[in-house]
Structures are given as C-alpha cells and as structure tokens.
Design a protein around this ligand. Structure first.
Ligand code: N01
Length: 533
C-alpha cells in the first residue's frame, strides 16, 4: 500500500514549503511512515503562491537555502545576491525531485480539522476532500505568513475591472501593459510589486496607509561570492546558526550607538547603507533597545528618502515617522522611492484620503473617485498564528483558537499544552519571522526529529509541554519583547493588522543563537519542561 492509500500514518506533516519538505526528508530518514498534506498543486509554500511581479527574497541566496546536505549546497548555483521567486521555486522543485519527495505528498488538499483522541493517543486529521486520516504525530509546517489578510472594502464586489491579491497571484501572469493600475498596501509585497510594474503600466496609483522604512538591496550577480563561500560552507552555516538573525551581519564588530562618536555613527550608517540589506538594522547593538539610537537610524533613512524623491510633498508622505525603525518588518528595495519621480505614478496617503469604497469603476478615497482597470491588493497576512487557528484543532481541553484567543501560548514555539504530539515548525514565540527562515526551519525540524527519536527509544507515545514550562516561556518571550522598542509599532508581529486579533508581541526576539542554546539545553536535559509518557 502506498502512503497515499493508507489512512493511518506515523506522522502527518501539514504543508510542503521549505519546512514541510525538510521535515519529510528527516522523518523518512528516521524510518517513519509519513504523509504530507499540501493545499497547493505543487511544492513551494509561500514561493508557490506569492508570484507577483518583482517577488524576491530579501535574505541573501547564500544564506536562504538548505544546509542539511553538503552535496546539495555545493551543486546548486544561485545567480543573484537576492534570489527571485522563480529561481527559489526552481530550487524547491529541484529539492523535491532530488529526494523523490512528491510520492509522499498529497496536493490540493487542505486540512480543515484535527482532533486528538486521548484513548488511542492519535490525531484524526480531516481534509477538504472529506477524507480522514489518523497519525501518532502531526507536524504543522504551515508557515508564518500563509493566510492572507483580505480586508473587506465596501463595494469590493462592484468593481468591474480585474482584482488581484499579491499573495495568490495568477500562475499565468497578468498583462498590465498600458493599464490604469492601483496598488493598496506598501509593505514588502507592495513595494516590490510597485517597483516592478511602474515602468510597464499606463498609470499607477499607490494607496498607502503607513509608509515603510526601506534599505537598498544592491542586488546583482553572485558568482564570485558563491565561489568564496562554498569551500567553507559548513563553518559559514554554523556561524549563521549562532548569530542573532540566522544570517551573517558582522555583528561581532558591532558597537553601541551610545558609545560611538557622531562621525563614527555616520561612517557606520553609510557603510551599512552601501552594503545594503536587512543588516542595516544591526548597525548598532542598541538600535532596537534605545530610542535615541533608533531615531538616528530612522533619520538617516528619512534623509535618503528626501534625496531620492524629487517632489517634497510626496517625499514627506513616503517618510515613516510614526514607529521605530525595525519595529515593523524592514523592506529591502531596488529603486522603490525613485518610482515616485515617474510621471505615471501617484501616491494617495490614506491618512488624508481614506478609502471610502470600491465602485464599478475604481476606488473612492477622500472626495475623489479614481478609475482603474486593475486593482492589486498587497494587504498582508494573518501572521504567525493565522494558519494554525484557521484549522479546527481540538486537543485535550478545547480548541487551539480558544486557547490562543488572548494571544498564542507555546513552549519554545514548538508545542502547546493540551495538544499532545502536535509540533509546530517556526511557531509563535520562536525567532521565526525575526530570522532567516531557513536557519530557523532547519533548527526546528532537526529538534523535532530528535524528539521523535527520543520518544521511540524510551518507548513513549506522547509528548506535551508542562503548563508551568509553557507559562514561563510565554513570560520570557514577553519580557524580552518588552525590553525592545518593537511593541511600539502597530505591526503584524503584534497581530495589529488583523481586526479583533489580540495585540501581543508574537516572535522571540532574543536571537537565533540564544534560542538554539536554550532549545539544545532543553533537549539535552531529557526534554526538560515536556511530559513524555
Ligand atoms: O504585508 P505587510 P506584505 N487598508 O503586512 C496595508 C514577508 N515578505 O505581504 O502598515 C489599507 O507587511 C498595510 O498598512 P499598515 C516579510 O516578512 C517578504 O507586504 O498596516 N492598507 C501595509 O502597508 C513581510 O513583512 C518578502 O498600515 C492596508 C500592507 O497593506 C511580510 O512577508 C516579500 C489595509 C501590508 O503589508 C508581509 O509583507 C514579501 C487596509 N485595510 C513579503 N490592510 C521578501 O523577502 C493592510 N494594509 C522580499
């Protein structure tokens, strides 16, 4: 019987993105029978769905790739410093083929509900095709940014033109040439879309609620850097695992803003700016802790925006002032601000002209109705908890959505009490979205696989966090978050982008290396804080 025909499994993995695929490889290697359930028609997760123009990773290719197989990392050649979505999807497909993964994956199948049975000590997993499967263990590789947030603007259904979400872009592409296009949303997806389509469309109107801080990518060919890194890739990866963000940012040489003279501050900001990328926020150790240090960085970025945007009124609208830099996810751009110097691009500041409604012809904001052929919505995701609570997950004492109504509660972002044998890869209260996802994914997958091995070796069937350990971890995560400026922004890290969602700071901000030491310590101590029976 193939694993597709079976209804009872050792392990069910939900999701066939980077996390689910690596988990499949590892549980297979460990000798478990496993089925992966995936909503999409192929592998890729976020990179399968988010195919909008200009989609690109803003963690460098040499870091944003698997490290588990030396042969794989030696044989794959990235072409650019920051890989484009098509190239990343090619890589994921290559991995799926190289390790013959598709035979254990059921595609176009969405998990609707999961119920724990205390007697059989198994999960029953129901999918949207009406089928139920059981498994001893379920591993949710459901992604941190996989459930789109779809604001319900008044009159949306009346719009007679084309309407697209960046998070579910048509696979055959969209012809935007010469058309009147609107983009709503100016986070990473919006910025990349706007930059890519501005030269192609007839006219582009950007609806901005909050301006973003963006650092230049300085993207370009990567070949010489790859040649440098490849001979010492193992050491390079280990350094990433022990770093703060899960990728190299030269943090050992980083000083404190408070101890750096003004000319030194300027030199460092200029150096970081010309290097490009997300490491800009690590210019000084205290940027996320000290309001003055933070403001120095923010002001530097504001100056750059004023330099790039010719019209001072537009420049001011594009200038972020209402939140600390880094407290919302930084964007990495390639000519975004310069787009507003084009004659065919205009900006609507929703603070001055709020969207009133969509109409048959376009969007009414402020007093004006603007007409469009195409509206593109880049309005973000129900981050970190959305994919988990969207499923009707019933544990020993109720549902996950009920348990997390006042914010997620996990132990290490790996498990949550009352839901035995349910693991989360990059769950809330782990570094996840504050890190290179590849580093964090691999760490969690390896940790979970070792835990399964441990259970098997000692003859245990069930693993669950002890409530006190979970409470302690939730408090630790909150306390570390509260030491920083991050809770001061209405960000998706806080759940603030979803109406009615409890505002709590969800990721662990203590750093990837620190988190690894804690996670390793828990495992070495016999899974301290977990009950194994
Ligand atoms: O989503 P976002 P995203 N009316 O939530 C606006 C990763 N990512 O898809 O800021 C009007 O950041 C919203 O406004 P505001 C990365 O981690 C990575 O762009 O809430 N506007 C905001 O401007 C990223 O952070 C890459 O006031 C509304 C925008 O929509 C994360 O995914 C590329 C609105 C949403 O921005 C999410 O990025 C893409 C409303 N009702 C994504 N609702 C790379 O690696 C929301 N907005 C490059």
């Amino acid at each position: 019987m193939t694993t597709e025909e079976r209804n009872d499994h050792d392990v069910i993995v939900i999701g066939a993105g980077f996390a689910g695929l690596y988990q499949l490889i590892r549980v297979r290697q460990a000798g478990y029978e496993v089925r992966v359930l995936e909503a999409g028609a192929d592998v890729g997760g976020t990179w399968y769905w988010n195919r909008y123009p200009g989609a690109r990773c803003d963690v460098e290719s040499i870091e944003y790739s698997y490290s588990f197989d030396r042969a794989l990392e030696q044989e794959w050649n990235w072409t650019e410093r920051y890989a484009s979505q098509p190239e990343i999807l090619d890589y994921i497909r290559h991995v799926a083929e190289r390790y013959d993964l598709r035979r254990d994956i059921t595609f176009e199948t969405c998990v609707e509900a999961m119920r724990w049975d205390n007697v059989s000590e198994r999960w029953t997993v129901r999918t949207d095709d009406g089928r139920s499967r059981t498994a001893r263990f379920v591993i949710a590789a459901t992604g941190c940014l996989s459930v789109p947030s779809r604001p319900d603007f008044a009159g949306m259904a009346d719009f007679a033109g084309e309407l697209y979400w960046t998070s579910n872009w048509p696979h055959d592409g969209v012809d935007l040439a010469g058309k009147r296009v609107a983009v709503v949303g100016t986070g990473s997806s919006g910025l990349q879309t706007i930059t890519a389509i501005a030269p192609v469309v007839g006219s582009l109107t950007v609806f901005q609620r909050t301006p973003s801080y963006a650092v230049p990518a300085h993207n370009g060919p990567i070949s010489s850097r790859l040649d440098e890194v490849k001979p010492g890739y193992a050491e390079f990866r280990e350094e990433s695992r022990l770093s703060r963000l899960g990728f190299h940012c030269g943090e050992d040489a980083t000083g404190y803003y408070a101890e750096t003279p003004a000319d030194g501050v300027r030199r460092e900001l200029e150096r970081r700016w010309s290097d490009g990328g997300l490491c800009f926020t690590l210019s000084f150790r205290d940027v996320l802790f000290d309001a003055e240090a933070n403001e120095a960085l923010a002001e530097y970025v504001r100056e750059r925006i004023r330099e790039k945007v010719h019209d001072p009124v537009t420049a001011e609208k594009l200038t972020p002032r209402s939140y600390p830099i880094g407290a919302k996810r930084m964007c990495v751009d390639t000519g975004y601000f310069e787009v507003y110097n084009r004659d065919n691009v205009s900006l609507v500041d929703l603070g001055e002209e709020p969207i009133e409604r969509f109409t048959e012809r376009g969007i009414v904001a402020g007093d004006a109705e603007r007409e469009f052929d195409v509206i593109i919505l880049a309005t973000g995701f129900d981050a970190m908890t959305g994919a988990l609570t969207a499923m009707d997950v019933r544990g020993t004492d109720g549902t996950l959505a009920e348990k997390w109504a006042a914010g997620p509660r996990t132990y290490l972002g790996l498990m949550t009490a009352g839901f035995p044998n349910l693991f989360m890869i990059t769950g809330p209260q782990s570094p996840s979205v504050l890190s290179n996802m590849m580093t964090s994914i691999e760490y969690h997958v390896d940790w979970i696989t070792r835990a399964l091995d441990h259970l098997r070796t000692r003859g245990s069937r069930r693993m669950e966090p002890v409530v006190a350990a979970e409470d302690n971890w939730v408090n630790t995560t909150n306390d570390v978050g509260d030491l920083t400026l991050m809770p001061r922004a209405a960000s998706w890290y806080m759940g603030a982008n979803i109406p009615g969602k409890q505002r709590v700071f969800m990721p662990f901000v203590g750093g990837v290396g620190t988190y690894k030491q804690i996670g390793d310590g828990v495992a070495v101590a016999g899974y301290h804080g977990f009950e194994l029976t």
